[in-house]
Design a protein around this ligand. Sequence first.
Ligand code: PAP
Length: 311
Amino acid sequence: MDDEMLETFPQHTCTWLKGTLTLYKYQNYWTTKHFLEGGILAQQNFKAEPTDIFLCSCPKTGTTWLKALAFAIVTRNKFNKSTTPLLTSSPHDCVPFIEKSFFIDGNKPKDSNFPLVATHLPYLSLPESVISSNCKIVYIYRNTKDAIVSHYHFLRKAFEVSQEDAPFDMAFDEFCQGISAYGPYWDHILGYWKAKLERPENVLILKYEDMKSDIITYVKKLAEFMGYPFSIEEDKKGVVDDIIKLCSFENLCNLDVNKTGRSKFCSEVENRLFLRKAKDGDWEKYFTDEMKEKIDKLMDEKLSGTGLVLK
Ligand code: PAP
């Protein structure tokens, strides 16, 4: 995309990041120049197959975990505990983003024998064939406050701005204005929430917090939805437990590839930045009472009448 076209989109430079990041608004979502280009190309060119399985999310809501779990489930008969690529590659390199891998950065074609693809695109901006092919969509979301804190740290580390130099209250205010990666956050969730109501058999919605509190149930649910259910024998043999352990935060954090490697899908970013704390409720250390009140009120307003409840 040339700069002249880019200049036609609304833009916002994040002052809390010392001006290192500019976001552009397209079809009601905000993203970086690179992801915007990739997103538009994917939207125009990606041809979904009915067998494809889309892993969708707003950033910082559990994408890395969902990619790891889905990959481990789908490839469990191809690889074993010691040969799985998850030991040597970031989950982001195991399941590519359509806005990142296929039409920019080397233009690598999709592997037609591998069903998983991922995207941060909002539901209404997905390539048309995702809907018309009736392929399956898994969406993960997370409570807004932890998503805000995770978003804050990820961006500030990716753009090398220290915590002292990056005022959290400014990042918070921006998020509340709807300006965040692939935000407005509430619109992103609501898009997929409505899709689930319209096409329940094609869309599975997962909550990060539910997965943390009862991972066995949700891994089984995910496998079943994707069309890769666990047999009773597999369950007895510990296959489900092994997948959960393999994809756990603790295990992924301790792998060399995630300690020192960089993801091919986003060459600027170190893999370790995708694995920070994974703590439910980390927001309490960052939010003042006023911030808590403001975001709760805002989310109540945005979600009112939709039936969607965020923790
Ligand atoms: P992305 O959209 O940039 O890929 P995403 O994976 O959605 O990021 O979110 C990162 C969050 O998921 C981090 O949360 P935190 O900042 O609150 O710590 C990260 O720690 C958490 N996370 C990553 N992998 C796992 C995992 N295997 N289990 C649980 N949480 C995880």
